[in-house]
Design a protein around this ligand. Structure first.
Ligand code: ATP
Length: 224
C-alpha cells in the first residue's frame, strides 16, 4: 500500500515583519494536525492593503532567519517571483501542480477568514486546499454572512478529515493567543524602541541592521 503522506501547511502573510504570533500558530498546527511541514510564504503585494513597508527581500530574510533550524517550519518564496498582487488562489494552484496528490492546508487567522468573501475567486480555494482557521480562545462567531453556508457544508472537527482528502474542509482551532501585530512592531521600531521578545532575536537583529522600519511611519501605515 502507498505510504500516507501528511498534509502540507501553507501559511501566507505580509510578514512585515514576522513575529511570535505567526510562529507559535504555525508550530502548534504543525503538531496538532500532524502536518509534514508548515510553509511560510511572504507575499509580494498583498491584495487588500497598502504596499509593505519593508522590501520583499528584507521580509524574506526575516522569515528565513525566524524559521532557521526549526524542524518542520520552512520558507517558500514563490509569491515573490510572481508579478502583480499575490492572490492565494494562484499560489495554491501553483502548489497543487507541485503536489498533485497531497493534502494542502491553508492556514489563516480568523480576521483573514472573515474577509474571505473579498478574496479573489475565494470559492476555488476549497477545491485546492483545506482551510485551517486560527481563532482566539473565547472568541464567538460574529455574523458570518456568506461564510455561514460554507461553514455548514465544510466544517470539520476531525483532524483525520484533513488527512483523508486533499482539499475542501474547514477546520477551526483555538491557538494560544499572542496579542502581537506587525503594525504595532513597526510603530515601536519607528519610535526608537526594540521589538525584543516579540520575535526571534535573529529577526530583531535584521530590523536593527537594515533600518527597514526606522523611517517615519505614516498614518496610512499605522492604520492599515
Ligand atoms: P499587520 O499588523 O501588518 O496587519 P499581522 O501581524 O496581522 O500584520 P500578517 O502578515 O498580515 O500579520 O498576517 C499573516 C497571517 O497571520 C494572517 O492570516 C493573520 O490573521 C495571522 N496573524 C497575524 N497576527 C497573528 C497573531 N498574533 N496570532 C495568530 N495569527 C496571527
Amino acid at each position: 500500500m502507498e505510504r500516507h503522506q501528511a498534509p502540507i501547511g501553507v501559511f501566507g502573510g505580509t510578514f512585515d515583519p514576522i513575529h511570535f504570533g505567526h510562529l507559535r500558530t504555525g508550530y502548534e498546527l504543525l503538531h496538532l494536525l500532524r502536518l509534514e511541514e508548515v510553509r511560510y510564504l511572504p507575499c509580494r503585494l498583498p491584495p487588500h492593503r497598502g504596499v509593505p513597508v519593508a522590501s520583499a527581500q528584507a521580509r524574506l530574510e526575516m522569515v528565513r532567519a525566524a524559521v532557521a533550524g526549526q524542524p518542520g517550519l520552512v520558507v517558500d518564496d514563490r509569491e515573490l517571483h510572481r508579478d502583480g498582487p499575490s492572490y492565494s488562489v494562484d499560489t495554491l494552484r501553483d502548489l497543487r501542480q507541485d503536489f498533485p496528490d497531497r493534502s494542502l492546508c491553508l492556514i489563516v487567522g480568523m480576521d483573514a477568514f472573515l474577509g474571505f468573501p473579498d478574496w479573489s475567486r475565494w470559492q476555488e480555494i476549497f477545491e485546492l486546499a483545506h482551510v485551517v482557521v486560527a481563532r482566539r480562545p473565547g472568541w464567538t462567531a460574529p455574523d458570518m454572512g456568506e461564510l455561514e453556508a460554507v461553514l455548514e457544508q465544510r466544517q470539520t472537527t476531525e483532524v483525520e478529515d484533513l488527512h483523508g482528502a486533499v482539499s475542501g474542509r474547514i477546520y477551526i482551532h483555538a491557538v494560544t493567543q499572542l496579542e502581537i501585530s506587525s503594525t504595532a512592531i513597526r510603530q515601536m521600531v519607528s519610535a526608537g524602541q526594540e521589538p525584543r521578545f516579540l520575535m526571534p532575536d535573529e529577526t530583531c537583529e535584521i530590523i536593527k541592521r537594515s533600518g527597514c522600519y526606522s523611517g517615519r511611519i505614516t498614518t496610512e501605515d499605522t492604520n492599515r
